[in-house]
Design a protein around this ligand. Structure first.
Ligand code: BG6
Length: 468
């Protein structure tokens, strides 16, 4: 059923786990100016404010505790571990010419530890953590200067970790440039009221990132042609709310807005439907002559994507996210989490089929999981049935997708150890099989405790997906 070499794993991001936000010469990243609260991804303040708790500053202190955390994850039996390199550890401001050796050493130690435990690293080059200086000085990805900065950064890390890392991802959820432009593209469009101008900024930043992604692929392949370099998109699906053709077509167009990114990153050229988007919105994109050749040469080897839920879209509904009105219309057939995310395992099979049909390239489910508020019982245990059910049902859906013909390289559960939520900055929206004693206000001993789901996932991995 699951291939023998299937990469069962877990995924985190540097800014949501490491903490130590200024240690080892690290500079501030955009994640470091985001406070707690659901409004954090909409409201942008580029300076740190007094008496404000910034969850990334300490996070779960993975920076100091990664050895014991990797020991626990090794006990869980994971075959691979996805994390990101915090760009601002390597180039604290982003535009230096010489990398920061202390930052490079940290990831040497981390990747060596993974190697020692026989765990394959899967490394994201940029996970919502662009160095802040690149925003304040150059305006983020709107500026082509960032292509050069990223080029320098990726050359350094591909070279440094050539013996430790084989699986890479370029930009995390690049299609979120539309939804959360500050996190995904390091641009602040909150003051732009004109829709055309907003799109102009988003697509220009996107173009620059797509070129940077393609250059990264070329850099990685130049260092080692065996490197496997993927793109990464948020691809929870959108269903039309009804069979009204207007709902169906608008949902399709919205899906294309996301798939536009993988169309470019996997096929190496702008899709035909993009001409109309340019024309109708009078976009004036700066595309340099060499860019198109770079896009065509620097295509990705596989499609990494996150999947959490599905949503319903109705024509005319205000589009807030890649899945429509953010949480979409209520789906009467599905249960929801406390955070209003509909639980829909069959949609994972649906998406794997959709993506296989479209690209005929390997897929890698690099994020899937459920945010739950966990409670200790009287025996000081967490019996997280909701998480186990979610895991079981999504693994079953993935097994079906493989039978349908999808080539799936692996599956990395999001946040196998509790980490800071990207969307809300909360600690109490927990995904982990390992509990971390920390609350939303930053208090807690940081001690780690296994939940019931720990053994459950371990069994799934041990039996290669059979024992659920
Ligand atoms: C994805 C991100 O959007 O979803 C992660 O790549 C994030 O960084 C995950 O943590 C889950 O979202 P949240 O808001 O529950 O943390």
């Amino acid at each position: 059923m699951f291939p023998k070499e299937f990469l069962w794993g877990g995924a985190i991001a540097a800014n949501q786990a490491e903490g130590a936000y200024l240690e080892g010469g690290k500079g501030l990243s955009i994640a470091d100016v985001l406070p707690v609260g659901a409004q954090r991804i909409g409201k942008v303040s580029l300076a740190l404010e007094k008496d404000t708790h910034y969850p990334s500053h300490d996070a779960i202190d993975f920076y100091h505790r990664f050895e014991e955390d990797i020991d626990l994850l090794a006990e869980l039996g994971i075959k691979c571990f996805r994390t990101s390199i915090a760009w601002s550890r390597i180039f604290p401001k982003g535009d230096e010419l010489i990398p920061n050796e202390a930052g490079l050493l940290f990831y040497d130690r981390l990747f060596n530890k993974l190697k020692e435990k026989g765990i394959e690293p899967v490394v994201t080059l940029s996970h919502f953590e662009t160095p802040l200086h690149l925003v304040t000085e150059y305006g983020g990805w709107l500026n082509r200067k960032l292509i050069d900065c990223f080029d320098r950064y990726t050359k350094v890390v591909f070279d440094r970790y050539k013996n430790q890392v084989k699986y890479w991802l370029t930009f995390n959820e690049i299609n979120h440039a539309h939804t959360i432009p500050f996190l995904a593209a390091a641009i602040d469009v909150t003051a732009i009221t004109n829709e055309r101008e907003k799109l102009q900024s988003i697509y220009q930043a996107s173009h620059n990132m797509l070129v940077a992604s393609a250059k990264a692929v070329l850099n990685g392949k130049a260092v080692n042609p065996a490197n496997q370099i993927g793109c990464m998109l948020s691809l929870s699906p959108i269903y039309p709310a009804t069979c009204n053709p207007a709902d169906v077509f608008e949902s399709y167009q919205l899906r294309r807005r996301s798939l536009f990114y993988s169309d470019v990153q996997l096929r190496g050229e702008y899709p035909k439907y993009f001409d109309r988007i340019i024309k109708e919105n009078q976009l004036a994109l700066v595309i340099e002559p060499a860019d198109l050749a770079i896009l065509s040469r620097g295509t990705c080897d596989y499609l990494g994507f996150s999947f959490y839920r599905s949503s319903l879209h109705e024509a005319g509904m205000k589009i807030l996210g890649n899945t429509g009105g953010l949480l979409g219309k209520k789906n009467p057939y599905l249960e929801e989490t406390e955070w209003g995310w509909p639980i829909d395992p069959l949609a994972l099979r649906y998406v794997c089929n959709e993506l296989t049909d479209r690209y005929q390239k390997p897929l890698f489910i690099v994020e899937n999981g459920v945010g739950v508020r966990d409670e200790f019982n009287e025996q000081r245990q967490i019996i997280d049935k909701e998480r186990m059910r979610y895991l079981n049902d999504h693994v079953a859906a993935m097994a079906e997708a493989i039978k349908d013909g999808s080539d799936i390289l692996g599956y990395t559960w999001w946040g196998p150890i509790d980490i800071v939520s990207a969307g809300t900055g909360e600690m109490e929206k927990r995904y982990g099989f390992i509990h971390v004693d920390k609350l939303n206000d930053g208090s807690g001993s940081l001690s780690r405790t296994k939940k019931a789901s720990f053994n459950y996932y371990r069994q799934i991995i041990q039996t290669n997906g059979l024992n659920r």
